[in-house]
Design a protein around this ligand. Sequence first.
Ligand SMILES: Cc1ncc(COP(=O)(O)O)c(C=O)c1O
Length: 452
Amino acid sequence: MLAWMAKTARGHNHNQISNWYLAGMLNTQLAKTHSDFADRNPQSRLHYDEARKFLPGGQTRSVLTHAPFPLAFASGSGATLTDVDGHTYIDFLGDYTAGLLGHSERRVLDRVVLALSHNTSVGGVHPAEATLGRLMCERFGIDRVRFTNSGTEANLLAMTTAVVATGRKKILVFEGGYHGSVFYFANGSAKWNAPFDFVIAPYNDTSAALQVINDNATTLAAVVVEPMLGSGGCIPGESAFLSAVFAAARKVGAVCIADEVMTSRHGRSGMMQLLGVEADITAYGKYIGGGFSFGAFGGKAEFLDQFDTSPESGRASPIAHGGTFNNNLSTMTAGCAVLGEVFTADVAEAHTNRGDEFRQAVASVIAKHDVGVSVSGFGSMMSLHALASPPQKPSDLVTRDPELQEFLFFGLLQRGVYIATRGMMNLGLAHTDDQMAATLDALSDVLGSLQQ
Ligand SMILES: Cc1ncc(COP(=O)(O)O)c(C=O)c1O
């Protein structure tokens, strides 16, 4: 280590040297962390080795990949998860926002069990579908809604609606945006993206976005934007940016699509409403299904009624939107309990405030340790970053220190807190004050260990 330090010290300032020193320490520490992790989790390792024989990478959700292998979980209760080796963690990932309710919300589970005891795969219309439709329209201030099986599909159908409505092809999306597995814009448009004609503008950069809109004024079908980049690092959108983009898009005849798959949990009616910006169509997903596969897109009748295939509509060529599981009984029933009983507008509003307070507490813990870590986010969604100050734009994420980022994940895991490897943390309804305090203590301990 001393020889390494002497070699790197020549011609460099103190900060660079201490950064390199830290990086060297972290590398050594991470190798040990990986081997300790493997020793501590033999059953997860066995699961991984077996699963890889049949599933590429050992699982079917790429985001769960990390070295040396991901934990396999056996059960969950309230805000905790227990893995197959018997270790219990405070679950601060909350299934990337889908697990908002925690793991044992009886009001949802009991209703679903009862519904499934009457029927399983209905293959017809049933009351829970229309009830959830009404709950969503009332809650989010939309005229009509249609259900899908995932947020990816919700965005796919929202974009398709815009393409059919306008007769145009181009879709404006933003750098760092994620609208589903085939709508991934972390580094330009991913090569596996669905073959829409995308144009990309920088997030939170109004003049650049307006330029792209004006350059494509006659061909732009839609703009799709998250009010906060969720997968893209919990970077909140600025209200002025979002409203200017939607105003300019409307002016050229494009449809304004908000992707609130993650952010509809904020405030009484979602984050866009909190920011004072109105979409034509909004995509929903995640927690609304209460743990069951869910997606929906809804908005103004003039767009959604293109799907009206009823005899009354008199439409010559409505859009036919099939989907065996669109109105599946378990999701529809769970969704009714989620929006109607568990996560009411009052609860959502209070939870957003609780999330803001917790995020500020995280920031205060970080402020006590000078180790180049920061937190970003909004309400109950946040992300830890191996960056001295919170990212303002997606390209800032590239400058995160990857070793330090990984160290944050493993450091918290070793202290009993499970978060996303990329740093995302989501406060759920089941977290107790004690679990929140324990998480802050764990974070303080991890950051303190970096300082030593
Ligand atoms: C903003 C956003 N849109 C869409 C999706 C895709 O949703 P799903 O994973 O249900 O397909 C996600 C998933 O993380 C998301 O964060």
